[in-house]
Design a protein. Structure first.
Length: 87
Protein backbone atom coordinates (compact mmCIF):
# COMPACT_ATOMS: atom_id res chain seq x y z
CA UNK A 1 0.00 0.00 0.00
CA UNK A 2 1.31 3.40 -0.99
CA UNK A 3 -0.26 6.58 0.36
CA UNK A 4 0.01 10.15 -0.87
CA UNK A 5 -1.79 13.23 0.44
CA UNK A 6 -5.19 12.29 -0.98
CA UNK A 7 -5.05 8.76 -2.36
CA UNK A 8 -4.08 5.30 -1.25
CA UNK A 9 -2.73 3.09 -4.02
CA UNK A 10 -3.50 -0.63 -3.80
CA UNK A 11 -3.26 -3.57 -6.11
CA UNK A 12 -6.52 -5.29 -6.98
CA UNK A 13 -5.55 -8.04 -4.53
CA UNK A 14 -4.82 -5.50 -1.78
CA UNK A 15 -8.15 -3.80 -2.37
CA UNK A 16 -9.95 -7.13 -2.19
CA UNK A 17 -8.14 -8.05 1.04
CA UNK A 18 -9.02 -4.69 2.64
CA UNK A 19 -12.69 -5.14 1.72
CA UNK A 20 -12.71 -8.70 3.10
CA UNK A 21 -11.10 -7.61 6.36
CA UNK A 22 -13.58 -4.73 6.75
CA UNK A 23 -16.53 -7.04 6.14
CA UNK A 24 -15.19 -9.59 8.65
CA UNK A 25 -14.64 -6.94 11.31
CA UNK A 26 -18.09 -5.40 10.85
CA UNK A 27 -20.15 -8.57 10.50
CA UNK A 28 -18.31 -11.12 12.60
CA UNK A 29 -15.81 -9.54 14.97
CA UNK A 30 -18.17 -6.82 16.23
CA UNK A 31 -20.73 -9.48 17.17
CA UNK A 32 -18.08 -11.61 18.89
CA UNK A 33 -16.75 -8.71 20.94
CA UNK A 34 -20.26 -7.53 21.86
CA UNK A 35 -20.99 -11.02 23.18
CA UNK A 36 -17.73 -11.06 25.18
CA UNK A 37 -18.61 -7.66 26.69
CA UNK A 38 -22.11 -8.88 27.51
CA UNK A 39 -20.74 -12.00 29.23
CA UNK A 40 -18.11 -10.01 31.11
CA UNK A 41 -20.79 -7.68 32.47
CA UNK A 42 -22.45 -10.71 34.02
CA UNK A 43 -19.41 -11.21 36.28
CA UNK A 44 -20.37 -8.23 38.41
CA UNK A 45 -18.23 -5.30 39.51
CA UNK A 46 -16.92 -3.70 36.33
CA UNK A 47 -14.25 -1.72 38.19
CA UNK A 48 -12.23 -4.89 38.85
CA UNK A 49 -13.32 -6.96 35.87
CA UNK A 50 -10.26 -7.73 33.74
CA UNK A 51 -12.32 -9.63 31.13
CA UNK A 52 -14.51 -6.56 30.64
CA UNK A 53 -11.51 -4.23 30.40
CA UNK A 54 -9.80 -6.50 27.87
CA UNK A 55 -12.97 -6.74 25.77
CA UNK A 56 -13.36 -2.95 25.75
CA UNK A 57 -9.72 -2.56 24.72
CA UNK A 58 -10.19 -5.07 21.90
CA UNK A 59 -13.37 -3.28 20.82
CA UNK A 60 -11.54 0.04 20.74
CA UNK A 61 -8.71 -1.36 18.61
CA UNK A 62 -11.18 -3.04 16.25
CA UNK A 63 -13.24 0.14 15.79
CA UNK A 64 -10.04 2.05 15.07
CA UNK A 65 -9.08 -0.53 12.44
CA UNK A 66 -12.57 -0.34 10.90
CA UNK A 67 -12.28 3.43 10.66
CA UNK A 68 -8.80 3.13 9.13
CA UNK A 69 -9.98 0.61 6.53
CA UNK A 70 -13.01 2.74 5.65
CA UNK A 71 -10.74 5.73 5.05
CA UNK A 72 -8.38 3.63 2.94
CA UNK A 73 -11.23 2.31 0.82
CA UNK A 74 -12.69 5.80 0.31
CA UNK A 75 -9.47 7.04 -1.25
CA UNK A 76 -8.18 3.81 -2.78
CA UNK A 77 -6.88 3.83 -6.32
CA UNK A 78 -6.14 0.47 -7.95
CA UNK A 79 -2.76 0.15 -9.59
CA UNK A 80 -1.36 -2.59 -11.77
CA UNK A 81 0.86 -5.09 -10.03
CA UNK A 82 3.85 -5.25 -12.38
CA UNK A 83 6.12 -6.93 -9.88
CA UNK A 84 6.84 -10.61 -9.94
CA UNK A 85 7.81 -12.66 -6.95
CA UNK A 86 10.82 -14.07 -8.82
CA UNK A 87 13.96 -12.14 -8.06
Amino acid sequence: MVKDKENVYLTAKGLSQAKEELEFLKKTKRVQIAEIIHQARQYGDLAENSEYDAALEEQSMMESRISNLENILKSAKVIANNHTEDF
